[in-house]
Design a protein around this ligand. Structure first.
Ligand SMILES: NC(=O)c1ccc[n+]([C@@H]2O[C@H](COP(=O)([O-])OP(=O)(O)OC[C@H]3O[C@@H](n4cnc5c(N)ncnc54)[C@H](O)[C@@H]3O)[C@@H](O)[C@H]2O)c1
Ligand SMILES: O=C(O)C[C@H](O)C(=O)O
Length: 342
C-alpha cells in the first residue's frame, strides 16, 4: 500500500504560496462560483474579485439575492467583471466558457450530523452542476467544496465520464482547509507565524480520512510525546466539528473555508497561467492506494493537475491512520459512484 507513494519533493516547501513565476500565455480567466450567495460563496467571491488573474467572476445560486451580490461586488475597483445568475435557467450562461468552476453549493452540517448525512441533499446538486459543466465548459477545472467531498468528487467524475469529457486532472475535491487548520494549530504550538508552516494533509475530507502528516511538518512540530501528537492529529481531524459545535446550529466553517477556497482557486489559476512549482493538497483520482480518489500534494499546471506528488514516507502512527482511512474512503467513493450509476 505504501510503496507506490512518491516523495513530495518540493511540495511542502512551496505549499504556502512561494512564488516562482515564469512567462505565461493566458492570464485572464473566467471563474464561476456555484453556491455564490451562501456562507462560503459570498466571502469566497469577495476574495476572488481581488485576484488579478480573474477577469470574469460569474456568481450562480438559487437564492434571489444573487444578482444583488453580483452588483455589490461589481463596485469594487478591481478588474474582474462580475455577473450574477439566479436559478437553473441561468446556469448555462454562468458556466459557459469557464476556466474554473468552484462549487460550495449545498447544505452545511448542524450539530450532531456527520458530513455523510448531507449526501442525500447535496449529491443531486453536484450531479446537476457537473452535467452542465460537461456541456458548457468541458475543459473547466471543477473544484468541489460541497460535502461530503469524499463522495462528491466521484459523483462529478462519473457524470463527466458519462458525457465523454472526463479528465481526471480537472476534477478536484477541496481539502485546503485541513492544511490551513494544521498550519494554524502548529503555528500556535511552535509559537511561529502559521504562514511559515507547511504540512501535507492526505486522505480525504472527513474524520478519520483526514491524515495530517505531522512527521513531515516544516518546521518540525514541537511535540515529542506521542499522546500529544495523537491529540493534535485528532484536533485536525475534528476541526470542522469544532466549528459546527461553536456555531450551535448556525452552520459550519464559512470564513476560513472561503480563505482556503480562494487559496486553492488562486493556485489552480497560477498553474493554468503557466507559473511553475504551484503545489497544494487536493483530493483527486489516484492510484497510490486502494482508494480510487485520494488527497495529497499535487503540482498544478496549464491543464489542471500536472503531477501527483504522492505523500512520502509515513511513520508507524501515520501508517495506522492510513489503514483506518482506506475502508472509509472506499465506502464514501462507492456511495458516490453508485448514486450516478443507479
Ligand atoms: N470542503 C470543505 O472543507 C468544506 C468546508 C466548509 C463547508 N463545506 C461544505 O460547503 C457547503 C456549503 O456550505 P455553506 O456554509 O456555504 O452553506 P450555505 O447554506 O450557507 O450556502 C449554500 C448555498 O448553496 C446554494 N444552493 C443550494 N442548492 C443549490 C443549487 N442547486 N445550485 C446552486 N446553489 C445552490 C444555497 O442557495 C446557498 O446560497 C456545505 O455542503 C458544507 O458542508 C465544505
Ligand atoms: O465540518 C463541516 O461540516 C464543514 C467542513 O467540512 C469543515 O471541515 O469545516
Amino acid at each position: 500500500m505504501f510503496s507506490r507513494a512518491l516523495k513530495p519533493i518540493a511540495a511542502v516547501a512551496v505549499q504556502n504560496g512561494a512564488k516562482n513565476f515564469s512567462t505565461t500565455s493566458q492570464k485572464n480567466f473566467k471563474v464561476v462560483v456555484a453556491g455564490a450567495s451562501g456562507g462560503i460563496g459570498q466571502p469566497l467571491s469577495l476574495l476572488l474579485k481581488q485576484n488579478a488573474l480573474v477577469t470574469h467572476l460569474a456568481l450562480y445560486d438559487l437564492a434571489p439575492v444573487t444578482p444583488g451580490v453580483a452588483v455589490d461586488l461589481s463596485h469594487m475597483d478591481t478588474p474582474a467583471k462580475v455577473t450574477g445568475h439566479k436559478g437553473p435557467e441561468q446556469l448555462a450562461d454562468a458556466i459557459k466558457g469557464a476556466d474554473l468552476v468552484v462549487i460550495p453549493a449545498g447544505v452545511p452540517r448542524k450539530p450532531g450530523m456527520t458530513r455523510d448525512d448531507l449526501f442525500n441533499t447535496n449529491a443531486s446538486i453536484v450531479r446537476d452542476l457537473a452535467s452542465v459543466v460537461a456541456k458548457e465548459a468541458p475543459k473547466a477545472i471543477m473544484a468541489i467544496i460541497t460535502n461530503p467531498v469524499n463522495s462528491m468528487v466521484p459523483i462529478a467524475s462519473e457524470v463527466l465520464k458519462n458525457a465523454g469529457v472526463y479528465d481526471p486532472n480537472r476534477v478536484l475535491g477541496v481539502t485546503t482547509l485541513d492544511v490551513v487548520r494544521a498550519c494554524s494549530f502548529i503555528g500556535e504550538i511552535n509559537g511561529v507565524d502559521p504562514r511559515t508552516v507547511s504540512i501535507p494533509v492526505i486522505g480525504g475530507h472527513s474524520g478519520v480520512t483526514i491524515i495530517p502528516l505531522l512527521s513531515q511538518a516544516k518546521p518540525a512540530v514541537k511535540l515529542t510525546n506521542q499522546a500529544d501528537i495523537k491529540k493534535l492529529t485528532e484536533r485536525i481531524q475534528e476541526a470542522g466539528t469544532e466549528v459546527v459545535k461553536a456555531k450551535a446550529g448556525g452552520g459550519s466553517a464559512t470564513l476560513s473555508m472561503a480563505y482556503a477556497g480562494a487559496r486553492l482557486a488562486g493556485s489552480v489559476l497560477r498553474g493554468l497561467a503557466g507559473e511553475a512549482n504551484v503545489v497544494e493538497c487536493a483530493y483527486i483520482k489516484s492510484d497510490l492506494t486502494e482508494a480510487g480518489y485520494f488527497a495529497n500534494p499535487v503540482l498544478f499546471g496549464k491543464n489542471g493537475v500536472a503531477k501527483n506528488l504522492g505523500y512520502g514516507e509515513l511513520n508507524k502512527f501515520e501508517q495506522e491512520l492510513l489503514k483506518a482511512a482506506i475502508p472509509e474512503l472506499l465506502k464514501n467513493i462507492e456511495t458516490g459512484v453508485k448514486f450516478v450509476k443507479k
